[in-house]
Design a protein around this ligand. Structure first.
Ligand code: HEC
Ligand code: HEC
Ligand code: HEC
Ligand code: HEC
Length: 135
């Protein structure tokens, strides 16, 4: 095999690997239901929360109500793009700009349910038990 041919094959292989890597990377399709759980040092106080993409999609809640990637004040994330977990950007400690992980979830989830309820619309739970179950 000539050196050039070998280089071509190696290049092709690397290209294929990159493609596979991109595909095996962050998901773009939501699971029907997921169990949300923050790992808190010293142990969790509340049970994990069951979250259903299906229920929210059926209620016509837009993906961009929950998923974001801000450039300045503009959310540039669009449906079909890969989704990072909330904790990729919201850590256990708040920063000047971003709420901590627990607040991020509470403000987004409870915030919307509360707003809908106040407008007399069908809404998800706002009590602790409604989301965290009995424990
Ligand atoms: C009501 C809020 C909400 C809506 C609406 C919503 N999502 Fe999500 N989505 C979440 C949460 C919460 C997670 C879990 C994030 C985490 O793991 O930190 C998630 C996770 C995901 C993931 C990653 C799944 C995984 O296996 O890691 C994808 C992909 C996703 N959503 C896509 C979508 C798409 C596409 C839409 C619109 C059709 C959508 N989501 C609508 C809240 C929402
Ligand atoms: C790519 C990074 C990134 C990811 C992933 C991310 N956030 Fe954020 N989030 C931010 C930034 C940056 C801000 C601050 C925006 C600003 O300047 O007001 C923010 C703000 C928020 C706020 C404050 C109000 C608002 O919407 O601006 C809430 C609530 C929130 N995020 C919840 C979540 C939840 C829940 C998830 C997961 C479903 C999530 N975030 C995923 C970066 C991210
Ligand atoms: C933008 C508005 C909005 C946001 C954000 C939102 N929800 Fe909801 N939620 C709804 C609506 C609308 C319903 C449906 C109410 C009905 O059909 O009675 C619902 C229903 C629910 C239900 C009851 C149905 C079921 O799946 O058992 C749960 C639990 C729930 N939401 C949890 C969450 C969690 C956890 C989050 C944050 C990750 C969240 N919601 C974010 C609007 C929202
Ligand atoms: C609309 C849904 C919703 C409601 C209502 C809600 N939470 Fe949560 N909460 C979440 C989600 C989602 C998380 C992140 C996943 C997890 O770790 O449970 C969370 C996380 C937490 C955590 C940090 C994780 C842990 O286990 O220590 C605490 C503490 C907590 N919630 C307390 C409460 C209390 C107290 C109430 C009632 C005043 C409440 N929550 C009501 C959705 C909700």
């Amino acid at each position: 095999m000539t050196g050039r041919r070998l280089a071509y094959l190696v290049g092709l292989l690397l290209g294929l690997l990159a493609l596979v890597g991109a595909r095996a990377g962050l998901p773009t399709e939501p699971p029907a239901v997921s169990l949300l759980k923050i790992r808190v040092p010293g142990g969790n106080r509340k049970s994990p929360v069951e979250f259903s993409h299906q229920v929210h999609a059926a209620r016509k809640v837009a993906c961009t109500q929950c998923h974001h990637d801000y450039r300045g004040r503009r959310n540039v994330w669009r449906k079909g793009q890969p989704v990072q977990p909330c904790q990729a950007c919201h850590s256990l400690r708040r920063t000047a700009r971003t709420p901590d992980l627990k607040d991020a979830f509470h403000r987004q989830c409870k915030g919307c349910h509360l707003q809908l309820k106040q407008r007399g619309r069908p809404a998800g739970p706002i009590t602790c038990r409604g989301c965290h179950g009995s424990a």
